[in-house]
Ligand binder design. Sequence first.
Ligand SMILES: [Ca+2]
Ligand SMILES: [Ca+2]
Length: 119
Amino acid sequence: MTYRYQKDGDGNLLRNRLYHINDAVASNIDSTDIDDMGLYTSDPTLINTDNNYSYDAEGRLVKDKQEEIDTIIWTVSGKVKEIRRSLASEKKNVIFEWKWKWICGDGRISLWLPRSGNE
Ligand SMILES: [Ca+2]
Ligand SMILES: [Ca+2]
């Protein structure tokens, strides 16, 4: 597996953001692993848009093409708020919200969880 990061001409890491993965192992060998993501684009002006993973200005992941994630929306406090799939995807969109959960019958806590009935 080759993990693609932005590097300068001498191979020094410029940003600690994973943009792409290439894998010489055929995708059908294992159904649970990460598959090859195709042609890697190292051009600095395209590196954040033409590869598998994209990031916002704060460095938060906002796109994962292989997982059919078109947009990840974050809250101001840094939690994932929404996962929106690409139009062609058959996977569900996910919206997160605070939910109260009873614990041990006598207390409750709020947890940041996917809303039920996401689609
Ligand atoms: Ca595979
Ligand atoms: Ca693989």
